[in-house]
Design a protein around this ligand. Structure first.
Ligand code: ZN
Ligand code: ZN
Length: 133
């Protein structure tokens, strides 16, 4: 059963999630995530690789995170939107940016990381949110 679907801005690159709620839903305030998204932070949910199916063409870019870990970003070659990525610190998991989901309101972050880089006007709220430096 397909739980979630996500796509790029033009719609040719799609990813579907089959079964299971995400293992992790994180906000990251690091400088590399600001640069990638063009926004103040990134927010993404992760599922095991075998629970996702990708459709369409993607290009990819390997970025070294502020932590020193490489991350492999897959984006649409037409419109440039990143639809999924994988990081070595969470092997076997596919991360999907929440904003690409067909229902971008469906999921709520459970952890907020790199808060030392958090913009002063940003506040990640929720009783269950774990906050890490
Ligand atoms: Zn596209
Ligand atoms: Zn980051």
């Amino acid at each position: 059963m397909t739980q979630h679907q996500a796509s790029c801005s033009c719609g040719q690159l799609r990813i579907a999630v089959h079964g299971g709620e995400p293992a992790r839903i994180s906000v990251c305030h690091c400088l590399a995530c600001k640069k990638r998204t063009g926004s103040a932070f990134s927010v993404q949910a992760r599922w095991p690789d075998d629970q996702v199916t990708v459709e369409g063409r993607s290009s990819h870019y390997v970025r070294i995170a502020e932590s020193g870990n490489p991350a492999d970003f897959h984006f649409c070659p037409e419109c440039g939107a990143t639809v999924f990525f994988r990081t070595v610190n969470l092997p076997g998991m596919t991360a999907i940016p929440l904003g690409t989901l067909d229902d971008p309101f469906a999921l709520t972050p459970t952890i907020s990381i790199f808060e030392e880089r958090k913009n002063a006007w940003v506040e990640i709220v929720g009783d269950d949110v774990e906050h890490l430096g």
